[in-house]
Write a protein that binds this ligand. Sequence first.
Ligand code: 5GP
Length: 179
Amino acid sequence: MTVLSGPSGVGKSTVVAEIRRSHPRVWLSVSVTTRAPRPGETDGVQYFFVDDAGFDRLVDGGELLEWAEFAGNRYGTPRRPVEERLSRGEPVLLEIDLQGARQVRRSMTEALLVFLAPPSWAELVRRLTGRGTEAPEVIERRLEAARVELAAEKEFDVTLVNTSVRDVCDELLALMAVQ
Ligand code: 5GP
């Protein structure tokens, strides 16, 4: 199992989308979130979108492998599909935030934790501001979270610098030993 984490805006979801396109054999966990869908997002593809009560039920039922609150919304990884793939020996990739990565570190010691780093802080600010889908106060919260997340790089097994999406995908697939 491989966990891809890193600050918001660093390009994790772009990397994941590219792997989904070029390597459909790599199974990507679809998280559950209480965040509203962004334009172009489809329920069951990027996320399963649920309300607060629905998320509470999943937590109470022990159905999440890990979960975290991020910038005012909750995000979690459904446990059963991950465990099914792992029991069949299939590669599993999770794209989650730092708090989630720490939970996986504790509960699944064999997981490989990969940190996706921006080429520079200026580049990260540019990407977070340039997405154009979030209100200024949401961007400010995400920058604050990014500052904390960047300091956590040393907790990870490997760092990949996001200079080009294709290069990062190739490096990640090599780490996962996927051809
Ligand atoms: P976004 O709202 O931009 O899609 O995601 C915000 C943050 O939540 C990102 O850092 C993303 O990696 C993280 N995230 C997405 N799914 C999960 C999950 O299942 N668990 C955790 N802990 N974080 C997640």
